[in-house]
Design a protein around this ligand. Sequence first.
Ligand code: 5GP
Length: 178
Amino acid sequence: MKIKLENLKVLFSEDQIQTRIKELATELNKFYKGEEVYAICVLKGAVLFAIDLVKSLDMPLKMEFIKLSSYAGGTTTTGKVNAVDISLPDLNGKNVLIIEDIVDTGLTAKFLLEFIKINFKTKSTKFCSLLDKKITRKVEVEPDYYGFEIDNKFVVGYGLDYEGYFRNLRYIGYAETK
Ligand code: 5GP
């Protein structure tokens, strides 16, 4: 079944998302205590979340963008993470905050955390995901911070896509696909 806008049900409204982001930012501001942070946004899904989150962070901050993919356009992961563009500056001695849209199987998060660990000796590395689908995890990895836990639904909106569409929605919605 194709996902259509008129069939979407709201899972998290714009207000719920923005309120939760402010709570996450408060936690992060408390953790970093004004220390400089390198915020790494994982394209494309995390872009709206990352932009709204950094607006409420009050420490000196640099933004980096990397591009990974594990979905081939549908609603299930390929089970393999593709590093489309992962060029990063020197992160040795830096506080690194990875900003992701959703942790599903955990493969992407694990890949990224290992990539950072192998290549840099950071001061700290934290993983912040807007959504956490704990129930579908295939590898052991937990985000340090997350906005909402969800069950096994394919969600779209607020950066998350279905075949490239719906990233521009202000809310997060879902549609039954089977
Ligand atoms: P993982 O590697 O944890 O299985 O998946 C991470 C990536 O899969 C996310 O960054 C996201 O792009 C995609 N993904 C996982 N679940 C969903 C979902 O429910 N909806 C959408 N649109 N993408 C998802």
